[in-house]
Design a protein around this ligand. Structure first.
Ligand code: ZN
Length: 406
């Protein structure tokens, strides 16, 4: 057992059941490397009931889980029973009811303190834009896990906050630019994010708008009755181009999300006009499933495009090995990043890491055994995707713990 092995409580660790398929040096490295989770949210800070928990392990539906089924009967449910049950002192694959009974004995804080260290993460890069009051803040996540957190600024949220707080439409473009300058100066903020996929889809006009046009659209949005919600392509394109002009990396929600989103309009190929026209700051295509091949192509075609397959790794469970293999098809290894995109149950923070490590071991282990790459190559690929590419994209200080750093 390597000294830095994740505290999973499973005999054989991450590679239980597939011993022999992953070469020892690669397996040892994958069991100990401390990852950067470049797209993640907080953990629940309040108790959830079973219905709330099951809803939190279903990304697509917004309805309660129907009575004829349980969300534990899914690839993600199986993975929770296999990998998280031992963290709670149960046997792997403990029954769903038994898992739920044991989980219910622990407070949200105890659950987070048990699960988060098992993720083996050295830094969380936290998206604070959604349902911020139900989940832990970056500071709280740091307290619960003893590792640092950084933040991502959501562009649509910034627009909504400014207009809700009384910024006049005439003053909006300059107020937005001033807020971005403040963000650039804040060392906690590493980049920005757009949820254009949820609000307008990608098949829109991505031309950089003139300020007069932005003012007109801000005025129209502010005059609408009801809560302010940015679903205006001029305002969203303005935010993205301004963030790029300020030099901030931009995360873009792509693919997999709940059914409010038109999934077919979030194919990253539809972003080609934007990618060709924008200032070439790092673009991070998030999750991408089921468009991981398109994302890999774009990462090859544009120097500033990077991508991850977070979120889907958790939801595919045992089949995440196939997803990780497809993500390794076209993109240069320097263009892919690790993320869990965990939100809510801390099971998701640990599973993202465990399933990624296991899938990387199985896929790259095949390559090593077939003579297609060396042990050292496989370990370097793990370090690029798990750590170094995030360091480069977000200009983070170099990770001290990796051997053979340039
Ligand atoms: Zn996400």
């Amino acid at each position: 057992m390597p000294a830095g092995e994740l505290p999973l409580g499973v005999s054989g660790g991450v590679f239980a059941g597939v011993e022999g398929l992953v070469p020892d040096a690669l397996a040892d490295h994958l069991c100990s490397v401390q990852l950067i989770d470049h797209h993640v949210h907080g953990t629940f800070n309040e108790r959830v009931d079973r219905a709330g928990f099951e809803a939190a392990i279903n990304e697509g539906s917004t309805d309660p889980v129907p009575g004829f089924m349980t969300q534990f009967d899914s690839p993600l449910g199986l993975s929770i029973r296999r990998w998280c049950a031992p963290l709670l002192g149960l046997e792997p694959l403990a029954a769903a009811d038994e898992y739920w009974a044991r989980r219910s004995e622990l407070s949200p804080e105890e659950l987070a303190r048990t699960m988060l260290p098992a993720a083996g993460v050295a830094r969380w890069i936290v998206d604070t834009g959604f349902k911020g009051d139900l989940i832990t803040t970056p500071d709280e996540l740091t307290k619960l896990s003893d590792v640092p957190s950084s933040e991502i600024l959501r562009l649509e949220r910034l627009t909504e906050d400014l207009l809700e707080d009384g910024t006049s439409p005439d003053g909006f473009p300059d107020a937005f630019r001033a807020a971005l300058r403040t963000a650039v100066d804040n060392p906690e903020v590493l980049g920005t994010k757009t949820i254009a996929a949820y609000r307008i889809g990608f098949d829109v006009n991505w031309t950089r708008p003139a300020d007069a046009e932005v003012v007109a659209h801000a005025r129209e949005l502010s005059a609408r009755p009801g809560p302010l919600r940015v679903d205006d392509e001029v305002l969203i394109a303005f935010g993205v181009h301004e963030a790029a002009a300020h030099g901030l990396p931009i995360q873009v929600h792509v693919g997999f999300g709940d059914r409010d989103m038109d999934l077919h309009r979030s194919d990253p190929m539809l972003l080609l006009p934007l990618l060709r026209a924008m200032s070439p700051v790092p673009v991070l295509l998030l999750h991408c499933y089921p468009f991981q091949r398109q994302a890999g192509y774009l990462a090859q075609a544009f120097d500033h495009v990077n991508f991850d397959v977070g979120l889907a790794i958790n939801y595919l469970g045992v089949r995440s090995t196939g997803l990780v293999a497809e993500a390794l098809e076209t993109a240069p290894f320097a263009k892919q990043l690790y993320s869990s995109d965990a939100f809510g149950p801390p099971e998701l923070h640990v599973l993202g890491s465990v399933l990624w490590r296991r899938a990387m071991g199985l896929v790259l282990g095949d390559w090593v055994r077939a003579g297609d790459c060396s042990d050292d190559d496989a370990i370097r690929i793990v370090d690029m995707i798990g750590v170094r590419n995030s360091e480069r994209v977000y200009a983070l200080p170099a990770h001290p713990g990796l051997p053979g750093r340039p």
